[in-house]
Design a binder for this molecule. Sequence first.
Ligand code: NAI
Length: 295
Amino acid sequence: MNNITVIGSGTMGNGIAHVFAQFGYKVSLVDINKGALEKALATISKNMDRQVAKGMLSEEDKNTAFAKIKTFTSLEEGVRSADLVVEAATENLSVKLDLFRQLDELCKEEAILASNTSSISITKIGAVTARPEKVIGMHFMNPVPVMKLIEVIRGYATSDEVTSLIMDLSKKLDKVPVEVNDYPGFVANRILMPMINEAIYTLYEGVAGIEEIDTVMKLGMAHPMGPLQLADFIGLDVCLSILRVLYDGFGNPKYAPCPLLVNMVEAGFKGIKTGEGFYKYTPGVKEFIVSPQFK
Ligand code: NAI
């Protein structure tokens, strides 16, 4: 397995392309948006420079790795020689189903089709292809070059052979793969999102303020950041949509999103990406303050 195609060159796609290139794979990076591809190459170069500065890569390794990445706006050209496709396009069911139908037509018969989805069923994605045994989840964590985990998700029809190929490949990227089955939220988000939701309920019910909740979880549980800050980092809209997947998938009221979260997303306070969520962020400034909405 040598030719990897990464689809979508946003936050996750650029990191996934970076890691495959760093470990010697030929990478085709595909995006419908040319600007996103240009931005991704600039981000990859900057992040590789950071690895050089830290002594993790030599200048020569960086140049070799960077040269392995080719960009495409045409899906057909980008997947022609792919042994493995890792899809990291926008988290939207119809976008993913449409892409996998096309991938199934365009890719060679033996190619494995993986998705980096955070919450969409791998079984559902596999079922729109004629090769569900070769469809699998490869859930990388953000930021991809730094985070060690890959949640490897087996759809209902994913074969043992494909699962063990992807587990081995993940290790070659110096990651730690963990095999899980395909149920709503997989493992990571099934546990993380109810914790974030409970933190928001704790705030909503007036048990404690934002900084107090985050401090308890940071210092009490040794988490690197509190759940409310983490929610801002992930995006409150993303948290809400994953909670809805859990709520719909299990039909269990314990996953019902906190009304405060729903209100904040509807008001456009989505966290770092909009400049304000539980905290208020100033572009280019590391420090941030509690959102004045909560004063
Ligand atoms: P993003 O919005 O930063 O990037 C998505 C990219 O996909 C955009 O550049 C867009 O132009 C492109 N795209 C959309 N439709 C396309 C198509 N049909 N063909 C080619 N490119 C297309 O999104 P992000 O955050 O990188 O998320 C990508 C995937 O990774 C999603 O499934 C998300 O759930 C998952 N994920 C995100 C994490 C995060 O922290 N952002 C963490 C783990 C998984």
